[in-house]
Design a protein around this ligand. Structure first.
Ligand code: NAD
Length: 357
């Protein structure tokens, strides 16, 4: 085979994976030398945050308390409220239990204080493995890329994912899968990431359809979380292209739900790039267990019973042209150059919910 030169910089995170791994939290806290970590969650996950707090206490650690106000898009005012709690209770680290929203809050605190983060992911979105932080101020979302926000320790405990509703499990899983797909054709990918990407897609493609039928299937849940971790590493190690950029524009402009948007756009974005990246498509098809990668994605999404049209999640029809304009405005690398007419067609199909081709 042809020689493939590459650069691979692995992110310095410690990963603990399994079922019941939360019991190792006190040891991980002590390993980092933290005395008073603050537990972060959304209002919906206060119960899981309580459990984390009680495990800390039974391990001899007195946490600085909880902040349960994490919310979508990491708004600045929420970060400021959380920082007040950090200061009042003299917290010296954060423990984020939740999905991308809660992990984003932990990152926002770390960005400003340099405190250590321990993250317990409960969705498949993958923020825990990246140096990226998105924040909103006055309704405008901006992203930064800095190693300061990479969590020191990530504890994957399958048990916490059993409560993730079926619908969100499906879309969050496809959100993860999208990280791996874009890594397969990223300009700065490498052979190690290719292996992780293929294995991550394979694990999610076989487990998500089972989870959609049986939410608490332990084996499938463990498989899905394993796949999500691999995909998260892919996201943390490569630059994203058209799929993630489109989702960012669509989500931000029309305030669409994150995981649904990724799920709906993915087959269309991939179909756009497919002709220019045959090797990546071969790997994707192999991982999906289908001859044709786009058809393989369509079949998977049908099994997952997810929404297929952006019009179903709140995007107005006149947004198609606006989105196409915005997609052209922000310049970034993509294997196939971004052209107005075909991109508009990608967005139109995704809006209408047509199968990708
Ligand atoms: P989320 O964190 O907003 O969670 C969605 C809802 O599900 C919340 O109410 C949450 O409390 C609940 N939930 C989560 N896990 C649960 C569980 N196991 N059981 C029951 N309920 C549960 O959703 P998300 O999709 O994980 O994160 C989306 C956000 O993360 C977006 O803002 C996105 O931009 C960001 N994100 C950032 C990166 C990054 O690298 N910076 C990567 C991926 C996503």
């Amino acid at each position: 085979a042809e020689m493939r030169p590459f650069v691979y910089t692995a992110n310095p995170a410690r990963v603990v994976f399994g079922s019941g791994t939360i019991k190792q939290l006190p040891d991980e806290v002590k390993r980092l030398g933290l005395q008073r970590p603050l537990v972060l969650s959304t209002p919906e996950q206060t119960g899981q945050a309580d459990l984390v707090e009680s495990i800390l206490k039974s391990g001899g650690i007195e946490p600085a308390g909880q902040f349960n106000g994490a919310t979508m898009h990491t708004p600045l005012d929420v970060t400021e409220k959380a920082l007040e709690v950090v200061n009042i209770h003299k917290a010296d680290g954060v423990i984020a239990i939740g999905g991308g929203s809660t992990i984003g809050l932990g990152k926002a605190i770390a960005l400003r204080t340099d405190m250590d983060q321990i993250v317990i992911p409960t969705t498949y979105a993958g923020s825990e493995m990246t140096s990226i932080i998105g924040q909103t101020e006055n309704g405008i979302k901006s992203t930064q890329n800095t190693p300061k926000v990479i969590p020191e320790v990530v504890i994957y405990d399958v048990d916490f994912t059993l409560t993730l509703p079926q619908g969100l499990s499906a879309t969050s899983g496809v959100n993860a899968l999208a990280h791996a797909v874009e890594a397969l054709y990223a300009q700065n990918s490498n052979p190690v990431i290719d292996l992780m990407a293929e294995e991550g897609i394979r694990a999610l493609a076989r487990s998500l359809p089972i989870i959609v039928e049986k939410k608490d299937d332990g084996e499938a849940r463990s498989d899905a979380l394993y796949g999500a971790w691999l995909c998260a590493v892919c996201l943390g190690s490569t630059n994203v292209s058209i799929h993630h950029k489109l989702c960012h524009v669509l989500g931000g402009t029309f305030n669409l739900p994150h995981a649904d948007t990724h799920t709906i756009v993915l087959p269309h974005a991939i179909a756009y790039n497919a002709p220019t990246v045959p090797e990546a498509m071969k790997k994707l098809a192999r991982a999906l267990g289908h001859d044709d990668p786009i058809e393989g994605l369509n079949v998977l999404l049908t099994k997952l019973k997810v929404k297929r049209g952006l019009k179903e999640v709140g995007m107005p029809e006149d947004g198609i042209d606006r989105a196409a304009d915005l997609a052209l405005k922000n310049k970034y690398w993509n294997p196939r150059p971004i052209e107005r007419d075909p991109i508009r067609e990608v967005i139109r199909r995704a809006w209408d919910g047509e199968p990708a081709r």
